[in-house]
Design a protein around this ligand. Sequence first.
Ligand SMILES: Nc1ncnc2c1ncn2[C@@H]1O[C@H](COP(=O)(O)OP(=O)(O)OP(=O)(O)O)[C@@H](O)[C@H]1O
Ligand SMILES: Nc1ccn([C@H]2C[C@H](O)[C@@H](COP(=O)(O)O)O2)c(=O)n1
Length: 216
Amino acid sequence: MIVTIDGVAASGKSSVSGGVARALGVPFISSGLLYRAATLLGLEARLDLHSAPALLAHLHTHPLRLEPLAQGNRVWQEGRELTDELHSSRVDRGVSVVAVLPEVRAWVDAQLRALPSPFVAEGRDMGTNVFPHAGAKFYLTASPHIRAQRRAHERPEDVPAIEAALIHRDELDRVQSAPAADAVVIDTGPLTLNGVIQTILAQLPERLRSGQVPSA
Ligand SMILES: Nc1ncnc2c1ncn2[C@@H]1O[C@H](COP(=O)(O)OP(=O)(O)OP(=O)(O)O)[C@@H](O)[C@H]1O
Ligand SMILES: Nc1ccn([C@H]2C[C@H](O)[C@@H](COP(=O)(O)O)O2)c(=O)n1
């Protein structure tokens, strides 16, 4: 069984997915990390981030591996762990350029679909494109100001700068970031992190909540 949690940038997708996955006793998958890792490698190799052939050639010679652990995801490039470098402001700025490339999206989707279920998958198009047959789908939103206030604890920039960057990224990500028709949309603005997790758990089918998570 697959549960998808999509949403706009900094809406709480990875924190919420981690909490839901822990409650269900399954791993969670943070799909954005693969886009971020592709961006980091492109920046380090000084590639044109608009060039899918250049990026994909580099990714094939320097393969990435997503490790979906229950306590958080890690990304490896051969023996090097990239995880701590994936949330820098320079990756934030470049990743939307990389994420619109259809060839890169197909590369990410193939990696995700190869992972063994059950799991919770978070991103932008988990419920619409990658796992359209998921057993339960959620989509998280919050105003740019609230998201910027939350993110300010994790970035060196001030709230107005973060808010402006989030609005810009929302615009760039809009094409691939829309709720599935059968997703439950949750405004996380008035909710605590645990409040969002409990809202989702309460809406899951009973067989999932009781820990009887089937593998397909
Ligand atoms: N409901 C909430 N109340 C308060 N803080 C929250 C809530 N949800 C998430 N946060 C905080 O907001 C920040 C962003 O959350 P998180 O990284 O999970 O979002 P995300 O959607 O995965 O981000 P990104 O799109 O950049 O991957 C974190 O500091 C997290 O602890
Ligand atoms: N399924 C996904 C996941 C992520 N992206 C894009 C959107 C963002 O620009 C970037 C990083 O994602 P985040 O870590 O902020 O969730 O990757 C996407 O297009 N599709």
